[in-house]
Design a protein around this ligand. Structure first.
Ligand code: N01
Length: 494
């Protein structure tokens, strides 16, 4: 009979954003302390560290945009601002003792799996050894700036929203904003009141659902959540359950979907009275098809006398402005790129090499794919948290990250007990899961005919097409039949 051998897994978590923090705390709570969190930024928080543009607000209510293990009773607003969310992340890191595990300003440039587990390479030349690697690298962290002719010759200020530069003056200036996604809408609302002029360049208009995003959280609610035992947990669980409506609305056609879509149309017609502007702001696809934009201020901002919506395509940037296809030249002082991200990179451009020299670019030559968001064939003892097909916009990301991290701890426990040395998902299980995903994506609203960042270059939709109960079922107990497990001879002989 083989003797079991207990050993403490060495773990490298890549990324200290929402996914990395959720993973680290979950591991600690499960008794795994032998980990480092490697983060390329100078602070924790991920998107909330990198994105500091004026007007940044989370369009998910704060009482659900938080970790289940760190309920915060006293959010200042129902929809918190970026700086408050970033403070929360720092507090969580402090409170749960993660600081001593952090390697900040350390970019992972490569990782290779070999006979001795994983070697993880950091840009400054250090190499870390690991039994397990967790890629918690996020989705929206590589800013995308279109290559517009003449951009390099512009003499004013240029900035991407995800790399905001506080030294750039926008008050009293002629400001151009390119892009109409959640970010473009928030920054237009923030900059328009003080700009001399604000011109938004819209390649595709978006539906903008009205919500009172600036609403303060009632002081009494914060006190009650803080002082009455059990109430906060019940509110959080209730909000998670209630958010199931959102998954239902996006996943299958129903009267509930139509009701939300009608509200999106009403949000436009009730707020924009100028027929030409309303026409220009009306998308030719269904509401909710793209990641839904939410704002209580945008339509007012873009209707203001100093604002203009330009729908003609940009043809060039000149030293003093932007030229559009109708031949007009728009003189501006500042160009703000709210043009989004390269969302399907995940851990790339990291040079990730799995079993038998397989690179992640080879494994993902037909687009990013993973088993249940977390395991990739050919990459033993590597898991992603908020990896491919994560539920951006339909299920709480914190919930998904914590659930995935708990799932991974099942394998860490078996490693610690000496029952397995390597764990690698099978190709068959991954294909089966991806086939199920493709089938389930059919009736979703994301598939109703719009271009969105949800689509990969291979025209698949990189989202979670199931409800939360299905996610929970899939990520509660690993199914051994879906994995190749090995037990190294050195251990079996012990
Ligand atoms: O990026 P986007 P985002 N010429 O990809 C346009 C999250 N988020 O940063 O639609 C002209 O949505 C592009 O046009 P088109 C949220 O998940 C959350 O706004 O492709 N325009 C589009 O209008 C969100 O979905 C919060 O035709 C060009 C825009 O740029 C995600 O981040 C807040 C162009 C890009 O929109 C990304 O949002 C903010 C070109 N060459 C963001 N190239 C919360 O509140 C691109 N565009 C939680």
């Amino acid at each position: 009979m083989a003797t079991t051998h207990r050993r403490d897994p060495e773990i490298v978590i890549i990324g200290a954003g929402v996914a990395g923090i959720a993973t680290a705390v979950t591991f600690k709570q499960a008794g795994f302390h032998n980990f480092v969190i490697v983060e390329k930024g100078s602070d924790v928080g991920g998107v909330w560290h990198w994105n500091r543009y004026p007007g940044l607000t989370c369009d998910v209510p704060s009482q659900i945009y938080q970790f289940s293990f760190a309920p915060k009773p006293d959010w200042r607003r129902v929809w918190a601002t970026g700086p408050e969310i970033q403070r929360y992340h720092r507090e969580v890191v402090e409170k749960f003792g993660l600081t001593e595990h952090l390697l900040l300003e350390s970019e992972v440039v490569g990782a290779r799996f070999g006979d001795d587990g994983w070697g993880v390479n950091i840009a400054d030349g250090r190499e870390l050894r690991a039994d397990f690697v967790i890629a918690a690298t996020g989705v929206l962290h590589h800013p995308f700036t279109p290559d517009i002719p003449g951009l390099g010759e512009f003499t004013g200020s240029v900035v991407h929203t995800a790399r905001w530069d506080d030294s750039i003056e926008t008050a009293g200036k002629r400001v151009a904003v390119i892009g109409t996604g959640s970010t473009g809408v928030q920054i237009v609302s923030a900059l328009q009141p003080e700009a001399a002029t604000l011109t938004q360049f819209a390649r595709t208009p978006q539906w903008v659902l009205w919500a009172p995003m600036g609403l303060p959280q009632p002081w009494l609610l914060g006190k009650a959540l803080d002082l009455v035992p059990g109430v906060h947990r019940r509110l959080y669980d209730g909000m998670l359950r209630a958010s199931g409506i959102l998954a239902d609305v996006v996943l299958r056609p129903s009267w509930r979907r139509r009701a939300v879509q009608d509200f999106a149309r009403l949000s436009l017609t009730a707020q924009v009275h100028d027929p030409r502007l309303r026409q220009a702001l009306t998308p030719d696809y269904e509401p909710l098809c793209k990641r839904q934009v939410v704002s209580g201020t945008y339509y007012r901002a873009i209707s203001a006398p100093n604002a203009e919506l330009v729908t003609d395509a940009i043809t060039a940037i000149t030293p003093t402005g932007i030229r559009t296809a109708d031949g007009r030249h728009h003189e501006v002082d500042v160009i703000v790129f709210a043009t989004g991200f390269k969302p399907h990179n995940y851990m790339r451009p990291m040079n990730l090499i799995g079993r038998d020299g397989l690179t992640i670019d080879e494994a993902w030559s037909k687009g990013p794919r993973a088993y249940r968001m977390t395991a990739i064939p050919g990459f033993p003892n590597l898991f992603t948290v908020l990896g491919p097909n994560s539920p951006t916009g339909s299920i709480s990301l914190q919930y998904s990250a914590e659930l995935t991290a708990r799932y991974i701890t099942s394998w860490l426990r078996r490693f610690r007990a000496g029952e397995v040395d390597t764990v690698e998902v099978t190709e068959e299980a991954t294909t089966r899961f991806n086939d199920e995903v493709a089938d389930a994506l059919g009736p979703t609203v994301w598939n109703t005919g719009c271009r969105s960042w949800y689509f990969t270059d291979q025209h698949t939709i990189d989202l979670w097409p199931f409800d939360r109960a299905t996610m929970t079922r899939m990520l509660t107990t690993p199914d051994e039949r879906d994995y190749h497990l090995t037990r190294a001879p050195r251990l079996a002989a012990l």
